[in-house]
Design a protein around this ligand. Sequence first.
Ligand code: GLN
Length: 454
Amino acid sequence: AHLARIEAVDEKVHAFLHVDREGALAAARRVDEKRERGEKLGPLAGVPLALKDIFTTEGVPTTVGSKILEGWIPPYDATVTRRLKEADVVILGKTNMDEFAMGSSTENSAYGPTGNPWDLTRIPGGSGGGSSAALASFQAPLAIGTDTGGSIRQPAAVTATVGVKPTYGGVSRYGMVAFSSSLDQGGPCARTVLDAALLHEAIAGHDAMDSTSIDAAVPQVVAAAREGREGGVGGMRVGVVKEFAGEGYQAGVMQRFEESVELLRELGAEIVEISCPSFTKALAAYYLIAPSECSSNLARFDAMRYGLRVGDDGTRSAEDVTALTREAGFGDEVKRRVMLGTYALSSGYYDAYYGSAQKVRTLITRDFERAFESVDVLVSPTTPTTAFPIGERADDPMAMYLADLCTIPSNLAGNAAMSLPCGLAPEDGLPVGLQIIAPAMADDRLYRVGAAVE
Ligand code: GLN
């Protein structure tokens, strides 16, 4: 049924870069056979899923939305891919994304944009716009995204779906193409909080193949979602971040957000206003740290190891072939970031730029620590505005970067955060997202609060 749905609507939505029809049918058949043989089935047996094209999939193309990896077929599965298979999930295909996950609209994909199913002339968020659009257009009930600065939560917000950035280190990065390694985190996307929780538990947990993977028990997010549905949020302390309001925030977004806060109060939560002054510097710090790490990570795309190779006609040096390939294979945003990062890391500038950004990162972490001394979770709008029209911010990187104003602090601090739908903005009828933020390794609190207000 989902393959038929993809065939019927994806020409318009363009959520998928690659539909693995044969692979999906074979996986579904294997589940049937297991069932017939009376074998134990995985926790998500037979449930179809859309996988962001940043995770390697053995034998199935993986492009990261870039021409530089066009035609590359990975010889191995990412840990997330492997765990999905072990859970007996049926992977439908790979979803569209901003090239190397750099963007907030999916317009930076080398393979063309994805439409927002609520209004196809608008962006579905980014970088994981393919995954959010697949959910919102009922092409898949579950999806996987990655969140370096908001790429799970912002697409969820603008498509009225649920997206979770787990605690950094909660989900393995092995086989997830690296953008900014100290920020990158894979996580679950779904249409309900409980669905997201079921997927979260299937993919999370320690992995020896990822040196930053946390070696501790996975937070009990499914139990927490059930508890939130039944027991609500009585006795919980919820902080409203003062800095996430004011200029640049759409009136209808703030209206829906304030209603959600009222709902939390009615459900028994204690509401506290919290100030996190360093959050106003988060965007600036992020746009030094993320490009710096990206300039280092993307050095591996040298035309020798994977994918595209341009100009290798026997007359050119390896260095020239590398340069020609990177010139042809990377898009404008990727080049902008590689240049910014190379500059910020160069000797003489390192302390002034990268060093300062790392200090701001510490201040942001301290703001969170201080906040979580007096509250259990923080809440804010996920994004300052609803989905903007395709093309509107394409030539203005600063305007694009502002879409992640509220999501970036959690990546810098490494804690857990969720976006879930909280209604439609009255002025444009488009979805608004509520963001919930919890301390590191307290991902279960997101699910409890999310399920209560859903
Ligand atoms: N939009 C942000 C960026 O362009 C975040 C991307 C992400 O989370 N992958 O870097």
